[in-house]
Design a protein around this ligand. Structure first.
Ligand code: FAD
Length: 542
């Protein structure tokens, strides 16, 4: 039998990820009374950001200036629009994208720095672009201590807030319905996950911060699959939050709120099965090595029309894999490449970053991250093949091939030998886009430390050989609840705000129901959550 408890507050926030936490902080700073409700357990307070790598996209920061990187909001906005490919009707996504570029230093960098979150001095450069520039300059600032540290520091700041007594937090409690009175949001209904307690919360303002739709249920990801990509793959991995099920987006839509762009999702091309298997199809997203050859299940090099270039354009890489037989891929490398270039997106495997081990980080940059590669080999035997010879490697790949696909061994061997021969001829004769990309990456010192100097695959001294079977991993929802710049939820019928109702973070497509358009420059997810959390706090306070 369940008991019903009534609450009354000024603002109720549904979801305690980074967006909800930042909004709560901002509201406390403006003297508001807040009830924050999260479905998850107390020890997982912070949502996905707690597991994230902690890379944040920021523009014209002191870190960039120290490195001599000339960046500006104008340059960033040009890059952003090119990658977003907005449609003419994308008024609010565009407004949010521009707002991000113009305000990231003040609203994101300075806010996080004020909470004593430190970023590594070397700014990273993902999403460089493929046929057109992506990020014109490096903008991905890695938090020292990863996303775990971001959350730790934010929670510390929340606890130390002079108005901490105005905040109540409930865990293991799911917001199940939104209450409306005369067209205004006036509270929520919630229940404890053990079914013992029902809650009725009356509030002047309701903020949805419950995350996206990728993670809770892959059926939902498939249902909103981006049509130009064809059918979703049979083998799809889950890399989002376990409670990212989109139920509150549904409740908002039922109340007449606009929920847009759900088919725009940010997936990754190099997922492997998660060893801990917290749920079916759980996956880890690998940061793919630049010096590996990217092949399809038949052993052919993927050419769409050029080769797959890591760190160039994630969306293009995903679309390219989806054109391949079986819709998955193999990356072939050797030990030397793996220890220098392989990484895992997230804090769990990146131990030197996560635990702030300066010596460990320096050692892994100098000598390679052997611990990480050993662990992946040990933890992921289904997806990682290790062999002394190419023939053995191909045996292992054949055994693991899915969908009845056969490896063309002759072709694969010829491709690898041709690659090695081109490297042997010397840089002046590197007539391959991937080798030119490697040279380009090595020209930036932030990438040089993590990119081999034209490493041949069959080099005996660099062995053993490694092949990794990689699946598409669903991670982020680019679309969501449509909001204006004050984070007010807009009605689908007339585009006017629903009084009292707000949405932030991934639930709101990081702002505007799809701030990124079709693509991200990376690090804009955490950044978008901080930005929208702060904007919601301010606009409610006003
Ligand atoms: C492994 C990993 C690595 C990543 N690395 C990066 C990175 O380096 N840079 C970057 O920019 N982004 C990264 N991301 C993405 C980024 O972490 C997320 O987009 C961001 O944290 C989303 O925050 P959020 O607060 O909007 O939602 P979430 O973090 O999803 O939090 C939502 C919260 O709402 C709760 N909730 C859900 N439904 C309900 C309900 N009905 N009632 C009550 N509570 C509910 C959930 O329990 C959860 O705590 C990464 C993500 C992952 C998983």
């Amino acid at each position: 039998m369940s008991e019903t408890k009534a609450y009354q507050t000024e603002v109720v926030i549904a979801g305690g990820g980074v967006a909800g936490i930042v909004a709560a902080y901002e509201l406390l700073s403006h003297g508001r009374r807040v009830l924050l409700i999260d479905k998850d357990a107390r020890e997982r307070f912070g949502g996905q950001a707690r597991e994230s790598f902690g890379g944040v996209h920021m523009i014209d920061t002191p870190h960039q200036r120290r490195l001599g990187i000339k960046d500006s909001p104008e340059l960033a906005w040009q890059d952003w629009q090119r990658v977003a490919g907005y449609e003419p009707c994308d008024r609010w996504p565009r407004a949010w994208g521009q707002f991000y570029c113009e305000n990231s230093r003040e609203f994101i960098f300075e806010f996080l720095a004020d909470k004593k979150i430190k970023f590594l001095p070397l700014v990273n450069w993902p999403e460089r672009g493929l046929y057109a520039a992506g990020n014109s300059v490096p903008r991905w600032h890695i938090a020292w201590g990863t996303g775990y540290e971001i959350i730790d520091r934010l929670l510390h700041a929340l606890d130390a807030h002079p108005h901490r007594s105005s905040l109540e937090v409930l865990f293991d409690t799911e917001v199940s319905a939104l209450e409306m009175t005369s067209g205004r949001a006036t509270g929520v209904c919630a229940r404890s996950t053990d079914g013992r307690r029902e809650l009725r919360v009356q509030a002047e303002h309701v903020v949805i911060a419950s995350g996206g739709i990728c993670g809770g249920d892959l059926r939902r990801v498939r249902a909103h699959w981006y049509k130009p990509w064809g059918e979703p793959p049979e083998h799809l991995l889950n890399g989002g939050h376990i409670y990212a099920d989109g139920r509150l987006q549904d409740r908002v839509a039922e109340l007449g709120g606009a929920v847009t762009h759900l088919d725009l999702q940010w997936h990754y091309p190099a997922g492997v099965r998660h060893p801990a298997k917290r749920r079916p199809n759980d996956g880890l997203s690998l940061v793919p090595p630049r010096s590996a050859l990217w092949l399809n299940a038949r052993g052919e090099r993927i050419m769409t029309p050029g080769p797959m270039l890591a760190y160039s354009d994630t969306r293009h890489l995903v679309a390219s894999v989806l054109q391949q037989p079986g819709k998955y891929s193999w990356q072939v490398m050797n030990w030397k490449i793996a220890i220098k270039e392989l990484a895992v997106s997230g804090c769990d495997y990146m131990t030197a970053f996560r635990y702030k081990k300066r010596l460990g980080l320096a050692a892994s940059l100098l000598f390679g991250n052997k611990e990480l590669v050993d662990r992946l080999i040990r933890d992921c035997p289904d997806d990682v093949v290790v062999a002394d010879t190419l023939q053995e490697l191909m045996d292992g790949m054949e055994q693991r091939n899915l969908c009845g696909l056969k490896l063309d061994r002759g072709r694969m061997e010829a491709t690898i030998r041709a690659w090695d021969e081109m490297i042997d001829r010397g840089p002046a004769y590197h007539n391959d886009p991937q080798l030119r990309h490697i040279a380009n990456c090595r020209a930036y010192r932030g990438d040089r430390v993590r990119t081999c100097n034209f490493q041949k695959l069959l080099d005996r001294k660099a062995g053993p050989l490694i092949a990794i079977r990689e699946f598409i991993l669903a991670r982020k929802s680019l679309g969501g609840i449509q909001t204006d710049l004050a984070c007010r939820v807009l009605r689908s019928s007339d585009g006017q705000p629903i009084p009292g109702l707000y949405a932030i973070g991934e639930a709101a497509g990081f702002g505007g129901g799809g701030m990124h358009g079709k693509g991200s420059l990376e690090g804009t997810f955490l950044g978008g959550c901080v930005l929208s959390g702060r904007m919601a706090g301010r606009s409610i306070a006003q």
